[in-house]
Design a protein. Structure first.
Length: 290
């Protein structure tokens, strides 16, 4: 009888091995469950102030609801309760930082972006400590969207880039084909604007950017940090034994979130009249488990 060819013999040995109950060589690995974080920009969500309370537009100011196209965050934390201090909860995401501009700052060139109802983050659930979480903290870094303005009696739509992080190192960025070269750190409130090829940039006053924190009394946040806080309606429980993805949607209020001082009392943003941007912060956060 002829000897079996080596390749044929190897195939038989592998088949025998895979029929052995003591081996897992032919078993299909279980799919890994992930935490998926999505962003949502809600124009109808309640408009809140820094204390997380309903807020109206101050006398002498006007506001509008922008159309946000994309956003970036630099930090996301799950907190078990109202007394969990900033940084003492489960930090699920930290973005890149740099000292290229001197002091530590968010590295805008390495930022992650997501649009409305888009996935911002996906991480294996086994990397998150099991537990009951009731609050979410999100340090926002950047938002970009369209706003309406009035110039010489004509209505236009332009694109606004808002750097709302505590401190951001920006080498350059592009809005609608127009490049802004910065190469330095910019504090919270730096903005840039483009419409029909016209560009401008400026800086909102310190502390002017609204950062809603309903836990102001029990868990304060540093001024200028842009850490928006929101509560899960029914909490979020992670057991560590999840076999399916868990989807958390971070719904941000953009309800009249772009605010300026009025020179002409007409409810329209008129930069040429000297109307100044005073606030471009988000107006609330509601985290939801889908």
């Amino acid at each position: 009888m002829k000897l079996l060819k080596p390749i044929f013999l190897l195939a038989i040995l592998l088949l025998i091995s895979c029929n052995n109950d003591d081996t897992e060589c032919c078993a299909n690995p279980e799919p890994q469950a992930n935490l998926i974080v999505k962003l949502k920009f809600d124009p109808n969500q309640e408009r809140l102030n820094n204390l997380g309370q309903p807020a109206s537009i101050p006398s002498g100011n006007a506001a509008q609801t922008p159309t946000i196209s994309r956003m970036s965050a630099n930090y996301i934390e799950f907190a078990p309760n109202a007394f969990t201090g900033l940084g003492e909860g489960e930090i699920i995401f930290e973005g890149s930082k740099t000292t290229e501009g001197g002091t530590e700052a968010i590295d805008f060139q390495d930022a992650i972006f997501a649009g409305n109802n888009d996935v911002f983050l996906s991480i294996p659930l086994n990397q998150i400590t099991p537990g009951d979480y009731n609050w979410v903290r999100v340090s926002l870094a950047y938002q970009e969207g369209d706003i309406d303005l009035l110039v010489n009696g004509v209505d236009y739509t332009g694109t606004l880039a808002s750097f709302v992080g505590f401190n951001t190192y920006i080498s350059s960025f592009n809005i609608n084909g127009s490049t802004f070269t910065v190469n330095e750190n910019k504090l919270q409130g730096f903005w840039a604007f483009e419409a029909l090829g016209f560009t401008s940039q400026g800086q909102a006053p310190p502390g002017a950017t609204t950062v809603p924190n309903p836990l102001f009394d029990s868990s304060p946040i540093p001024q200028g940090s842009c850490v928006v806080t929101g509560q899960f309606e029914n909490g979020l429980t992670l057991t560590g034994n999840e076999t399916e993805d868990v989807v958390v949607t971070l719904s941000f209020s953009i309800n009249n979130s772009f605010e300026w001082t009025e020179v002409n009392t007409d409810g329209k943003y008129e930069p040429e009249a000297g109307e100044q941007v005073v606030d471009m912060g988000l107006r609330g956060l509601i985290p939801m488990v889908d």
